[in-house]
Design a protein. Structure first.
Length: 187
């Protein structure tokens, strides 16, 4: 039986420490001749077929207008090897700095969208805007992943998960329960 921990009150404004939906990603964009990259932690899977992903990109962010105008982006998955770049990218504006040059990242042409992929990342997911109904009210973009590229190894890379206040958790060991998994019972 699982241990029953003693609980205490916690500030509701900080629940992201426990509910952050997934690994930190680097989102690249292009509008006309300008490219940018931003650090993002607010994303979620919305559907499998078509593959839909929701991104919350603050309206004050330099990437917001670029993505809004182009209707495209690439979601790049960094590993722990890029932690300093991830933090640095999140601390400067692409309106003032070429983040690719400053943080030593290699732009790579994407196959189906104009935004670049990042060669140093474990995976890259090329996306086109699927639905912008929630952008004006919540800065929430819904994208369709139209092309995915993932490194062959490692199969389970160490990714970064933000808990707030400059602190990250690193994805840990794998705990498989495939023998117990019953897809028909999901609900």
């Amino acid at each position: 039986m699982a241990r029953q921990p003693k609980k205490r009150d916690f500030p509701v404004a900080r629940v992201r420490r426990y509910l952050e939906p997934g690994p930190i990603v680097l989102v690249t964009s292009r509008w006309r001749d300008e490219t940018n990259v931003m650090t993002l932690g607010w994303h979620t899977i919305l559907a499998f077929a078509p593959s839909l992903v929701g991104l919350m990109i603050a309206a004050g962010n330099h990437s917001f207008d670029m993505i809004r105008r182009s209707g495209e982006c690439v979601i790049n998955l960094p590993t722990t090897a890029l932690i300093d770049a991830v933090v640095g990218i999140g601390n400067v504006s692409g309106a003032e700095v070429d983040k690719f040059a400053r943080f030593g990242l290699t732009r790579e042409d994407a196959s189906l969208v104009g935004a670049p992929r990042i060669r140093e990342c474990h995976a890259s997911f090329e996306c086109r805007l699927h639905d912008d109904a929630l952008v004006d009210r919540y800065s929430f973009f819904i994208f369709e992943v139209v092309k995915a590229q993932v490194a062959a190894s490692p199969k389970h890379p160490e990714t970064l998960h933000y808990t707030g206040d400059g602190v990250f958790m690193v994805s840990g060991r794998i705990a498989s329960r495939r023998s117990l998994f019953r897809p028909a019972l999901l609900g």
